[in-house]
Design a protein around this ligand. Structure first.
Ligand code: ADP
Length: 190
């Protein structure tokens, strides 16, 4: 179905695939809702305000409950008085999500005029650095920047998969629709 993409898990479900990259990193692709993932860290595609938004951010706050927003407000009152910069990452409680932490990161808005790929890679690298500091071994990412921020999903997938290589653990990309899943599967099969 997806070229040479091999999977033990896909025998169980067509919408879950798994692959090792390098010695350290296990990549999983899941078609589904990131708020349902039982992982150490759920990465949030937040905005700079850290005070909630739509898309995956809204879903995380809705399902995780007010504790996450309270933690974000505390960040704004402290070290993050100006908000979180594009490409940066910071952790909070996961509230009622079946995860231990939420790591918030701010993706770049897509631009046809300017190459912002490094910023999108920074989101992934910095989120994993924060996760690693917490001792996390399983980290779920949404397709950062591919919603309201309009990044073409094939390009976002290539940047995302390349930038998580080297993490010592499982990186699970949780894709919300079939087109995003197929784009990530295409990249991961290379
Ligand atoms: P951004 O502003 O970074 O583009 P969005 O939240 O608008 O963030 O979209 C990022 C991606 O998250 C999109 O591909 C969107 O379909 C997806 N998404 C939205 N809700 C969920 C969810 N509950 N679980 C996983 N992915 C989601």
């Amino acid at each position: 179905m997806h070229g040479r993409f091999r999977s033990a898990l896909c025998r169980r479900a067509q919408h879950v695939q798994s692959r090792r990259i390098g010695r350290m990193t296990q990549i999983e692709l899941v078609l589904g809702d990131i708020t349902a993932q039982e992982v150490d860290v759920v990465v949030n595609a937040a905005n700079s305000s850290l005070l909630g938004g739509g898309g995956v951010d809204g879903a995380i706050h809705r399902k995780g409950g007010p504790e996450i927003l309270a933690a974000c407000r505390a960040l704004r009152a402290g070290h993050y008085g100006r908000g979180l910069g594009v490409g940066q990452a910071v952790a909070t409680t996961a509230g009622r999500l079946p995860a231990r932490w939420v790591v918030h990161t701010v993706g770049p808005v897509w631009s046809a005029e300017q190459d912002r790929s490094e910023l999108l890679a920074d989101c992934h690298r910095n989120a994993l650095r924060v996760a690693e500091g917490l001792g996390a071994r399983t980290v779920a990412f949404p397709a950062i920047s591919t919603g309201v921020y309009r990044w073409p999903v094939a390009s976002a997938a290539a940047i995302a998969v390349a930038s998580v290589a080297g993490f010592a653990g499982v990186v699970r990309f949780v894709l919300f629709d079939q087109a995003a899943f197929d784009a990530y599967a295409e990249v991961a099969s290379r």
